[in-house]
Design a protein around this ligand. Structure first.
Ligand code: NDP
Ligand code: MG
Length: 424
């Protein structure tokens, strides 16, 4: 059993006499700042001049300053800017203020684990990562519940790092639900593995391959879409709420028998070997290195892959079918990166369905021309990467950028359904 900490294990008083600087006021930032403030802590928010959130944080009654000011004045600095800009923010604006007695905190471990950020040894470095998107962290806090979180200590200079991080976790409400102990290594590697093998990569590849199999066998793409993609949500929701047994309780016996006997034939030993290989590439840093170099080179493969996948038949068929189901309204999701099907322009003279028009209007801008590869440094990029903030990265485009979870955190969608009791 992992070590799990609750309210009795945490003492919020440990942070009440400290100044807590929250860098960023996005999904996580706003929730951490408001929850800590409501718990009687002294909170400052650090943003860049011109941030759209500056005024929002002030209106919420919080003290706002530049990252430099917050790094200078705060004892605890929680970095809740997008992962891909954290190194630059740290190097330019936080590092100069790092000194003994301060704690640097994160909600995702990539930049520490892969040595993009290297804090001096005299500061504490910890992680508190709620296992929910920010709006849920705030909403549950207001309702007196709290969401589970994980805690990790990377550097324990004060010899009190875990206690202070636990106090922070309690301050955002997570000790009510439970704070599970992990390490930066475990959080980062499992996070990447989960999104590559199941949540993003595995699921989309499974759905696409099944769809293609049916279409190639002569079935109608519309029917294939419903069977292999649309209905997935229903099953995943049930697994999310009550586990696999709960899902199986709700499906037909035929479906359940097919599940047990055919599932392992699809996801066979060969797939297990592939998963092991993906994990090995995460653990030995080669995935991180590849992604860092891809960014240094202006992301030519990333943008090409994004376009190629957006042009897939399943997206075109799906856009048309979803137009028949206006209640799905992807544009209304707050958290999930909008997933409009960015389809190629239609050749038909017919007016496009509204959903398709919306999809096109939200199509990510064409990839910027690739700048000449920024002289990939001769040193290992996992220790030398310097990400560039680009406007094209901050739009509501799926993938990398504000509103997405850089190689990392998957954003839950903002389902607010109350938990349903399992029927067994
Ligand atoms: P968001 O993209 O929602 O918010 C980022 C915030 O940082 C915004 O307020 C943004 O400003 C601000 N920002 C951007 N650039 C700078 C800069 N140069 N200087 C100062 N502030 C800047 O991020 P998330 O809340 O999603 O992610 C924050 C961290 O939390 C990441 O490490 C992520 O992996 C982790 N995490 C996220 C979860 C989630 O569900 N979202 C769950 C668990 C962990 P502006 O408002 O102007 O855009
Ligand atoms: Mg993740």
């Amino acid at each position: 059993m992992p070590k799990i900490y609750y309210e009795n294990d945490a003492n919020i008083d440990l942070i009440r006499n400290k100044t807590i600087g929250i860098i960023g006021f996005g999904s996580q930032g706003h929730a951490h700042a408001l929850n800590l403030r409501d718990n009687g802590c002294n909170v400052m928010v650090g943003l860049y001049p011109g941030s759209k959130s500056w005024q929002q944080a002030q209106v919420a009654g919080l003290r706002v300053g530049t990252v430099e000011e917050v790094a200078r004045d705060a004892d605890i600095i929680m970095v809740l800017a997008p992962d891909q800009v954290q190194k630059q923010i740290y190097d330019e604006s936080i590092a100069p203020a790092m000194r003994s007695g301060k704690m640097l905190m994160f909600a995702h471990g990539f930049n520490i684990h892969y040595n993009q950020i290297q804090p001096p040894s005299e500061v504490d470095v910890t992680m508190i990562a709620p296992k929910a998107p920010g709006h849920k962290v705030r909403e549950n806090f207001v309702n007196g519940i709290g969401v589970p979180a994980i805690i990790a200590v990377h550097q324990n200079a004060s010899e009190n790092a875990k206690e202070i991080a636990l106090a922070y976790g309690a301050g955002i409400g997570s000790a009510k639900a439970g704070i599970i102990e992990t390490t930066f290594e475990e959080e980062t590697e499992t996070d990447l593995f989960g999104e590559q093998v199941v949540l993003c990569g595995g699921v989309t590849a499974l759905v696409k391959t099944a769809f293609e199999t049916l279409v190639q066998a002569g079935y109608q793409p519309e029917i294939a879409y419903f069977e292999c993609m649309h209905e997935l949500k229903l099953l995943v929701d049930m697994m999310h709420e009550g586990g696999m047994a709960y899902m199986r309780y709700s499906i037909s016996d035929t479906a359940e028998y097919g599940d047990y006997t055919r599932g392992p034939k699809v996801i066979d030993d060969h797939v297990r070997q592939n998963m092991k290989q993906v994990l090995a590439n995460i653990r030995n840093g080669s995935f991180a290195r590849e992604w860092i170099i891809e960014n240094q080179a202006g992301r030519p493969s990333f943008y090409a892959l994004r376009k190629q996948n957006a042009d897939h038949m399943i997206e075109k068929v799906g856009a048309t079918l979803r137009a028949m189901m206006p209640w799905l309204k992807p544009g209304n999701k707050q958290q999930a990166a909008p997933a409009p099907a960015p389809v190629a322009s239609s050749t038909s003279a017919e007016p496009l369905p509204t959903d398709l028009q919306r999809a096109i209007s939200q199509t990510p801008p064409p990839p910027p021309p690739s700048p000449p590869p920024s002289t990939p440094s001769s040193s290992d990029p996992v220790t030398s990467w310097r990400p560039q903030r680009r406007d094209s990265d901050t739009g509501p485009t799926p993938g990398y950028g504000a509103g997405s979870g850089f190689p990392g955190t998957i954003k839950d969608d903002n389902r607010n359904d109350p938990p349903r009791e399992s029927s067994f």
